[in-house]
Design a protein around this ligand. Structure first.
Ligand code: GLC
Length: 726
């Protein structure tokens, strides 16, 4: 029984300061040491030929320690790929699968069996601290991206863990907060991405979230873990908790949460007591263990794969660079400011131009060997930048970072105030250079949400810098380009008219500077589109009303949360399905940059829309031809939106139901894209019947370059309403 209990609990976590009872369990063989820095491992039972599987983060690349004690192998750096939010902005399923392959290869070569990724919680509000690890405000984009990542990683024989199942949309009191969400919001918004990821990706594992859902911890809900996940979606892998997630180990196992990570001696003791007291049926243990062993049988460690600790980091850096450029979004480009002419001189301003934010913090961080600054990328691309300005910023950043409090592990470093550049100096630089670049950087991460002031909104220093640079350069007829090096949406409406071009670079991974220069120079034509709306004010998001929730009582910190005082709290998702563009468009609310928006260096025309029928039967084929009618090569993301007839359910004005991305089209080249809509693609979830319903009536099908830039529309009828089981 000891061995059975050890199989459903991880080998523990050696983290300084863990309270007693949380130290790594004494039972079994802990093999965390097999891959130091990995997040956890399962127990080995050598006498039964059961090896230990190693589990490691994360969504932007593998996170393990870069150096090992008494180790002469060298280093164990990993590739910091672009963040998930950037990958989603590429709208390129094949690209995301390619990144997944590269991440999987790295995990394989470093001896990791399961990569704790992708993370696909919905961007419900820009202030969510971990949004950078997640894809989108839209469940279709989230699910398609996650499924592609799963297929990519698992193609290398490494398992994945889609997380955090479900509704972990912000960090405040994450370990105990009770998310109160209605069934329609769950099915259409918060579960839909996981449904797509399970059905189209077939992940080996699922990680439950920390929070409660409608009163019960997700890791203790058999409706989520057994009825929906396994019964309705056909999931066949194992379910693990998030680290120290949930409360009651027995209820977790009974609900179908097979594996308790990272595993504690306290949990093992409780489980043994429960079996002895016949409060935990051994058959439950056997079922959970069977799910775990079925994953183990597929694992690299079980096949005895001999990894070399020497992955192709150079090749993966090239993939990271390409992916980063393809996910950047050209938000604004007045009078074709971009691409920049080659070999010009640039005045480069902004702290983040010199120290890029390559990714967010917490478990989603990556220990990378290098990070390419914007100036290094620009220099490499043949631009001239000012050495003195670079030195001044470098000295400032060095002096200011020395003043910061010591960085807490896994926490966001305090942001250094934007350096003040005197107006006279800016004027002098404007006279000496051909154009200006100003980078605005933001960081965020696990354990804390973002702030409104000096975070979502620009700081006074940033506003002053932008205004001074714009005034100085425009006075001499020169252009200003802003680079947004951010992990989540910020305010843009108040300042964007002051500048000529805005390139949303997100947090582009370690090859940041090279990738940004590739786009600025036109080496790569920008083809990214927003997968999350840039609203004018943070208060415009419907979720802002109830974010982050309320404290119910000053409860005792409940042991399960080691990192933040856990207080009983509650957040009611009153916004229901009205998340992002679904709300903004239906309520005719102006946004700064709408969902699906992204410019190119060229222009595309859309040919006639062809539907296979004017009446929907069991599926509808849709065809459209896109032509590059501009002067430069480019790729177009084609988006298909449906407007359903009103029925009993209140529906969004339009919903994204399919999308595709062209290959690189030369001027005058065309590509035809085909889409197939099934009944489920037309459906809304009816909480009264518990079924997906397709109302009878006239459907408008719009295809376009963004949710507000529909280029061609057609209509079809559904003659009889349909009801589809979940
Ligand atoms: C963290 C995160 C989860 C991560 C796990 C292991 O707290 O919530 O995403 O995979 O623990 O590090």
């Amino acid at each position: 029984m000891d061995e059975k209990v050890s199989l459903v609990t991880g080998t523990g976590m050696e983290m300084p300061g863990l309270p007693p009872g949380f130290q790594a369990p004494v039972v079994g063989v802990s093999e965390n040491a097999r891959v130091p820095g990995a997040a956890g491992a399962t127990f080995a039972i050598p006498r039964l030929g059961i090896p230990s599987m190693v589990l490691a983060d994360g969504p932007a690349g593998l996170r393990i320690l870069p150096h090992r004690k008494e180790d002469h192998h060298g280093s164990y750096y990993c590739t910091a790929f672009p963040i998930a939010t950037l990958l989603a902005s590429s709208w390129d399923i094949e690209l995301v699968e390619q990144v997944g392959c590269a991440m999987g290869l790295e995990a394989k070569e470093y001896g990791v069996d399961i990569l704790l990724a992708p993370a696909l919680n919905i961007h419900r509000i820009p202030l969510g601290g971990r949004n950078f690890e997640y894809y989108s405000e839209d469940p279709l984009v989230s699910g398609k991206m996650a499924a592609a990542m799963v297929r990519g990683v698992q193609s290398q024989g490494v398992g994945t863990s889609i997380k955090h199942y479900v509704a972990n949309n912000h960090e405040w009191n994450r370990n105990t907060i009770d998310v109160i969400a209605d069934q329609r919001a769950l099915r259409e918004i918060y579960l839909k991405g996981f449904e797509l990821a399970v059905k189209e990706g077939k992940p080996w594992t699922v990680m439950t979230s920390y929070n409660k859902l409608n009163g019960t911890y997700t890791s203790e809900r058999s409706d989520l873990l057994s009825d929906i996940l396994r019964g309705q979606w056909g999931f066949e892998g194992l379910v693990m908790t998030d680290w120290f997630g949930g409360r009651n180990a027995v209820l977790q196992l009974v609900a179908g949460n097979d594996l308790l990570m990272p595993g504690t001696a306290r949990q093992q003791k409780k489980l043994l007591e429960a079996v002895t007291a016949e409060q935990l049926d051994e058959a439950v243990l056997d079922r959970d263990i069977e799910n775990i062993l079925n994953v183990l049988l597929k694992s690299l460690v079980f096949s005895g794969y001999r990894y070399g600790d020497d992955p192709d980091l150079q090749g993966n850096a090239a993939i990271a660079r390409k992916a980063a450029a393809d996910g950047m979004v050209l938000l604004q480009n007045k009078n074709q400011t971009l691409p920049l002419a080659s070999n010009i001189s640039l005045g480069v301003f902004g702290n983040s131009s010199y120290e890029m934010v390559t990714g967010g913090t917490g478990s989603g961080d990556v220990n990378k060997a290098h990070s390419i600054s914007l100036v290094k990328g620009l220099d490499e691309a043949g631009y001239t930048t000012l050495a003195k300005l670079e030195d001044d910023y470098a000295n400032y950043l060095e002096v200011e970072s020395a003043k910061l409090p010591p960085r807490q592990p896994f926490r966001v470093p305090e942001r250094i105030p934007e350096r003040t550049v005197l107006r006279d100096e800016i004027i002098q630089i404007a006279g000496a250079t051909d154009a200006a670049i100003v980078t605005l950087g933001r960081n965020s991460g696990e354990f804390a949400d973002r702030e409104i002031e000096d975070d979502f909104n620009l700081s006074a220093g940033e506003q002053q810098l932008l205004a001074a640079v714009a005034e100085a350069y425009h006075q001499v007829g020169k252009k200003v380009v802003v680079i947004l090096n951010i992990g989540g949406v910020i305010e843009t409406a108040s300042w964007r008219d002051q500048v000529d071009a805005i390139l949303l670079a997100w947090q582009p991974g370690q090859e940041a500077g090279f990738a940004i220069a590739d786009v600025l120079s036109g080496t790569v034509s920008p083809s990214g589109k927003l997968a999350t709306t840039f609203a004018i004010n943070v208060a415009d998001y419907p979720s802002a009303e109830n974010f982050p929730g309320v404290v119910l009582e000053e409860a005792e910190p409940n042991g399960s949360s080691l990192v933040q005082a856990a207080r009983a709290a509650e957040v009611v998702y009153e916004d229901s399905i009205w998340v992002g563009y679904r709300a903004f468009h239906t309520r005719n609310m102006e946004t700064a940059f709408p969902f699906g928006h992204g410019l190119s260096f060229t222009r595309f025309s859309y040919g006639d829309l062809q539907l296979s029928s004017a009446v929907f039967k069991d599926k509808l084929s849709v065809r459209v031809t896109v032509t590059n009618c501009g002067e430069l090569p480019g790729r177009e993301v084609v988006q298909l939106y449906l407007s359903a007839p009103s029925g009993r359910l209140d529906k969004p004005a339009s919903e994204l139901r399919a999308f595709g991305k062209t290959r690189l089209l030369q001027p005058d080249a065309s590509q035809t894209l085909d889409f197939v809509l099934a009944a489920m693609d037309l459906a809304s979830f009816d909480p009264v019947t518990g079924m997906w319903t397709v109302d009878a009536g006239k459907y408008a099908l719009g295809i376009g370059a963004s949710s507000t830039d529909i280029r061609t529309t057609d209509y079809f009828q559904v003659v009889e309403a349909l009801s589809l089981s979940v």
